[in-house]
Design a protein around this ligand. Structure first.
Ligand code: SF4
Ligand code: SF4
Length: 349
């Protein structure tokens, strides 16, 4: 059965969801600034901003997360509380690029012989309801990175905005478990036709021209290239691009202790900060912006593909939209391609 949800029933649907699930969705904090956060009331949900500043990765990998609390005596310590998931969760309104980014991070946190429980437990308890992008932005290049504005992979339910209603595709067992939800109705042939038209139109609106094919091998030849001297010059090292990027996943762990009671906290970190790679000896293997910018791009387009077979960029455009000095990762990729043809490769190592 093909489903739809009338927008007039949307608030009731959300109220219904809130009774059984923790619901995460984009919320507008101030004008033009949206983030994914836990919803208390349906009216908080705001699906109007195509690319919220902070992505859905935060639902699984929060910017700051208490892993556990502990107490110590002079001779021993004990854990007094651990992180726990109490209810099933739903992410509503994640865009296809953010959903792909979750799977990119998942490969890092959940491997064949290791599991990051803090990520994994949230992931397995979460149903993802994705919202297709009818009107991609000029900064979107998901179609160049292997995605697309109607990419369904990774979604449990796929939602298409038809104007007065949402067309719903229940794609997985988790998604199909919603089929008995009140307010879901049968979609008619007109709804289905309109959804197809919107998909066709959107597929021509994202940039397919970013030359990512073979980038991993090109970068292999550019480790010491003069390319890096030029490319980092604009960057002021604020780290915004890495914090807002849905695939960046570096973190630091600290123990915060007062009077023998404390908590272990995991916080996002950024390879663009000088202190990130500073060693205890005082030596810093990435002492300048040149090495740090190289690390950011190499991780996305060389190291990650070597480990997992695809680039760690989903073309969401956040790093372009929100960089204070307009560093454009698309230009960096194009420039890297052009340098190769001009014979500017650096010495491989
Ligand atoms: S947002 Fe821009 S200026 Fe800030 S670290 Fe990233 S590239 Fe550099
Ligand atoms: S590198 Fe930029 S465009 Fe790519 S996923 Fe991260 S924020 Fe989006």
């Amino acid at each position: 059965m093909k489903f739809k949800l009338d927008k007039k029933d949307f608030e009731n649907f959300l109220n219904d969801l809130l009774e059984t699930h923790d619901l995460f969705a984009p919320v507008q904090l101030t004008e033009g600034v949206s983030v994914f956060k836990k919803i208390e009331r349906p009216e908080e949900v705001n699906l109007n901003q195509l690319v919220p500043q902070k992505s859905a990765k935060e639902v699984f990998f929060p910017q700051s997360e208490v892993m556990f609390r502990f107490e110590m005596t002079k001779h021993q310590g004990s854990i007094v509380s651990k992180h726990q998931i109490e209810r099933e969760r739903v992410i509503l309104g994640a865009r296809p690029c953010d959903v792909e980014a979750i799977s990119i991070i998942e490969k890092v946190f959940v491997g064949e012989d290791y599991t990051d429980l803090y990520f994994f437990e949230k992931r397995k308890e979460t149903t993802i309801i994705t919202l297709a992008c009818n009107q991609p932005l000029t900064t979107c290049f998901c179609s160049s990175t292997g995605g697309g504005p109607f990419r369904r992979e990774g979604s449990d339910i796929f939602m298409i905005d038809l104007g007065d209603s949402y067309r719903l595709e229940l794609l997985t067992q988790k998604g199909k478990a919603f089929s008995k939800k009140r307010f879901f109705k049968e979609a008619n042939s007109k709804d289905i036709e309109l959804a197809k038209e919107l998909e066709e139109k959107a597929s021509h609106k994202t940039d397919r021209s970013i030359p990512l094919e073979g980038i991993e091998k090109r970068l292999d030849l550019m480790v010491e290239s003069p390319f890096w001297d030029r490319i980092h010059e604009k960057c002021i090292g604020c780290g915004v691009c890495t914090f807002l990027c849905p695939t960046c996943h570096c973190f630091d762990i600290t123990d915060e202790v007062v009077n023998l009671k404390g908590q272990r906290v995991r916080n996002w970190d950024s390879c663009l900060f000088p202190i990130y790679s500073l060693e205890t000896s005082g030596h810093n293997p990435r002492p300048t912006g040149r090495e740090r910018t190289r690390q950011r791009l190499m991780h996305k387009f060389n190291y990650y593909p070597k480990n997992f077979g695809k680039v760690a960029c989903v073309g969401c455009g956040r790093c372009i939209l929100f960089c204070p000095v307009q560093f454009d990762i698309r230009e960096a990729i194009r420039y890297a391609s052009a340098k190769r043809t001009q014979g500017m490769e650096g010495r491989p190592r």
